[in-house]
Design a protein around this ligand. Structure first.
Ligand SMILES: Cc1ncc(COP(=O)(O)O)c(C=O)c1O
Length: 374
């Protein structure tokens, strides 16, 4: 039975159905194996994925967890970050980057982005440091690595931990090295729409530090390493067996999918010729996996209406920067505080991007972008 009733005449921003129709046999076979062993919570299928994913990101340890948000939370706890501490976080990211800090009892301090790469601006970091700063979370936004060495240099000088939020960047490379293995600790989301997405909710933390990995394994499992012995107040943040099994299947396809995303992005970049539509700057150090293809346009509403008229569905990532979200009103920010992130939020438009996009759909998107009147 097809997963969707029939072809949608509009080009969606993301169509998960196409990928899952193709994978149905492989995934259901993996689910059968989980079912046969009733290994539904953590267990062998999660361990198998953890080992494959650690190898993939070139980090010695991967700890599977329930989602990317708790990955960030546990990373903060494992680094000893808590009440009274401050953590620097980019203002233009999905809000969950900041949740990890808040859930740990610490305070996110939002940092502006570079106006061209839209990633955390290393030059904006030092002005935000205080005696309470303990860490920086850099986000590989839209699948493109941020300037890790520049941020790491500042962290080293000031004795801060550097956490990678790699939720959007499974498989991306920074100066040839996979993200997730660059520094001490990195957090991934396997939300279904990610480049590597589970059939369900899931996440992981990767690390080079064995003692951090051991602490994370305990924290996710009720603060326990020996059954019914609880060394500290822990959480149930385990990954499920069905999610782990689906991820092992999908990991085998990830490089092929990412290559197709790069191909889609290359075609977009080569084909788009409209001075009103700006693209993300791509520094030489970054090999993006194009989780999203975001452009910026001043008159966003008419651009989106124009795309819609051409049968193309766009989205916004993200329409409100973190520092101006109601949830963080207590920090006292005002519009104008972080101008680059605010401009990005006002003007960003995500165009269709997923590996199963057809060549004729890519051409239709390019034609529509180029036909947007100047
Ligand atoms: C940058 C970023 N950080 C964190 C998360 C949180 O991950 P999850 O949705 O798995 O909790 C996401 C995705 O949703 C994300 O895009």
């Amino acid at each position: 039975m097809p997963l969707r009733p029939g072809p949608d005449p509009k080009i969606p921003c993301l169509d998960l159905g196409r990928q899952h129709e193709a994978l149905r046999g492989e995934i259901f076979e993996a689910f059968e194996r989980v079912y046969a062993r009733t290994a539904f919570s953590a267990g062998p299928f999660v361990e198998e994925f953890e080992s494959a994913f650690a190898t993939y990101v070139e980090a010695p340890h991967a700890v599977g967890v329930a989602n990317g948000t708790v990955a960030l939370h546990l990373a903060m706890l494992a680094l000893g970050i808590g009440e009274g501490d401050e953590v620097l976080v980019p203002a233009n990211t999905f809000i969950a980057t900041a949740w990890g800090v808040s859930h740990a009892g610490a305070t996110p301090v939002f940092v502006d982005c570079d106006p061209h790469t839209w990633e955390i601006d290393p030059n904006a970091l030092e002005a935000k440091l205080s005696a309470r700063t303990r860490a920086v979370i850099g986000v590989h936004l839209y699948g493109q690595p941020f300037d890790f060495d520049a941020v790491a240099g500042i962290c080293d000088r000031h004795g801060l931990a550097l956490v990678e939020d790699a939720a959007q960047a499974q498989g991306a490379r920074y100066r040839g090295r996979r993200v997730g293995g660059l520094g001490a600790i990195a957090c991934f989301s396997f939300y279904p729409g990610k480049n590597l997405g589970a059939c369900g909710e899931a996440g992981a933390i990767t690390t080079r530090d064995e003692s951090l990995a051991a602490r994370l394994r305990s924290l996710r499992n009720h603060g326990s390493t020996v059954r019914y012995h609880h060394d500290e107040i822990g959480f149930n943040h385990r990954m499920g067996g069905l999610e782990g099994a689906s991820l092992s299947v999908k990991l085998r396809h990830l490089d092929r999918w990412n290559a197709r995303r790069r191909d889609v992005a290359r075609r977009y970049r080569e084909g788009m010729r409209n001075s009103r539509v700006r693209l993300q700057a791509e520094p030489d150090f970054a090999e993006s996996v194009h989780h999203l293809f975001v452009v910026t346009v001043d008159d966003r509403d008419s651009f989106v209406k124009h795309l819609d008229d051409a049968g193309i569905i766009a989205a916004f990532h993200y329409p409100i920067p973190c520092h101006l979200q109601k949830a963080y009103a207590f920090l006292g920010h005002r519009p104008g505080d972080l101008p680059n992130a605010e401009a990005q939020a006002r003007s960003c438009v995500s165009l269709p991007m997923f590996p199963e996009l057809l060549d004729q759909e890519i051409d239709r998107v390019i034609d529509a972008v180029n036909a947007f009147p100047g």
